[in-house]
Design a binder for this molecule. Sequence first.
Ligand SMILES: NC(=O)c1ccc[n+]([C@@H]2O[C@H](COP(=O)([O-])OP(=O)(O)OC[C@H]3O[C@@H](n4cnc5c(N)ncnc54)[C@H](O)[C@@H]3O)[C@@H](O)[C@H]2O)c1
Length: 252
Amino acid sequence: MRLEGKVAIITGAGMGMGREASVVFASEGAKVVVFDLNGEAAAETAAQVESAGGEALVVVGDVSKEADVQRAVAEGVARFGKLDVLYANAGVLWKDRDKSVIETTEANWDIVQAINLKGPFFLTKHGIPELRKAGGGSIILVGSISALAGFELAQDSYTCAKASLIGLAKSLAVQFGPDNIRCNIIHPGMVDTPLQAPYLTEEKKRNIGASLPMRRLGHPRDIANAALFLASEESAWMTGAEMIVDGGFIAT
Ligand SMILES: NC(=O)c1ccc[n+]([C@@H]2O[C@H](COP(=O)([O-])OP(=O)(O)OC[C@H]3O[C@@H](n4cnc5c(N)ncnc54)[C@H](O)[C@@H]3O)[C@@H](O)[C@H]2O)c1
């Protein structure tokens, strides 16, 4: 029970890594605020949390809308009494709309930034005061290997949003360390989730997996386990750090 007594809010908890983390966190003792745009998916996550013996509160909303995020924080605190962990997981990868700068429209650039970068801004803006009241806490941001290397098939707005989160992680780490609040960022490699599903056939998955040092794509559990470590007291002296969880992609 590595998160016994802790309360976590996880954005984008309806599917993929966010759902996996919700279940893993709950099975380690945390109460979880399951925040997602998709109410049905969020309800299914909450059901999985409950069958793992945990407690979940579903909040439906959009991370790019400040009022929604503020409401999620308030409802989480009202239900569970406090917040200890802010996991800014929600993100979108829209390869059909977000491309190279020479092909992307301003509107598409902006919406990708609004979800991937402004979302974490709103969560930390409204969540940090609650972590302070709780005597400290852990903030987990989600970057990407796309922020660490260039790719010929570019999603430039996504890349820039994720790269900006590296700066945010370090800034929050320095500002709020004295309040016993830590902030770290996980950079996932290619993980088999609904986010990647539109772009990956089974054959592509096998080929990409085979090209990695660890010879497979990531499973959402690989990232949830990293997040569990960052959420728990085991990482108590770790802040402002980047954790690459990518099967070795960046090392090649
Ligand atoms: N899957 C990968 O290969 C990969 C690689 C690197 C980074 N990431 C990042 O990891 C994080 C999780 O990705 P995933 O693969 O689990 O994604 P996913 O698409 O499988 O799940 C994302 C969840 O976020 C929700 N969501 C989307 N937009 C939202 C919004 N505006 N407000 C609230 N909820 C919203 C969706 O409904 C969904 O439930 C994202 O930040 C993503 O950019 C993923």
